[in-house]
Design a protein around this ligand. Structure first.
Ligand code: DQA
Length: 138
């Protein structure tokens, strides 16, 4: 099982921005925990983060994976390009958010990608990524 963990805009600031919302661990530290989690379960994993919408679409188009775990950041709420990129591949994509987007500002209520994703995991901090990974490994 090959899993690709994709992070979109501003996720590179994790651990340094809005610590009360996203925690104090950096994305690199979180990815190291995810890698150990996947290794322990015999899954291969790879990671990519970009702040550029088109690069995220290209990463989805070119993915060599059995499953994609995607935290698109704010692109979630408005990127029809990302929605179409997800719809264009046969690889199941699980949408992830560290925060509970439904308990925050109204603009975060709407996800334009949920409809084309296999499922969504949100509100569990870094564990949202692990729970999403687990959904492919059950
Ligand atoms: C986020 C939630 C988004 O609304 C926000 O724009 C992010 C992070 C999350 O992980 O909770 O950048 O996707």
């Amino acid at each position: 099982m090959k899993l690709l963990f994709l992070n979109g805009v501003n996720l590179n600031m994790t651990g340094r921005r809005e610590k009360g919302v996203y925690g104090t661990q950096t994305l690199e530290e979180i990815n190291a925990e995810i890698a150990a989690f996947c290794k322990a379960r015999g899954a291969e994993c790879s990671f990519y983060q970009t702040n550029i919408e088109g690069e995220l679409c290209t990463a989805i188009q070119q993915a060599d994976a059995d499953g994609i775990i995607l935290n698109a950041g704010a692109f979630t709420h408005y990127s029809y390009a990302l929605r179409d990129a997800i719809a264009s591949v046969d690889i199941p994509v699980v949408e992830v958010h560290m925060s509970n987007v439904h308990a925050r500002e109204p603009f975060r209520e709407k996800s334009v990608i949920s409809e084309v994703c296999k499922g969504t995991v949100l509100g569990f901090g870094k564990n949202s990524y692990l729970l999403a990974a687990e959904s492919f490994l059950l």
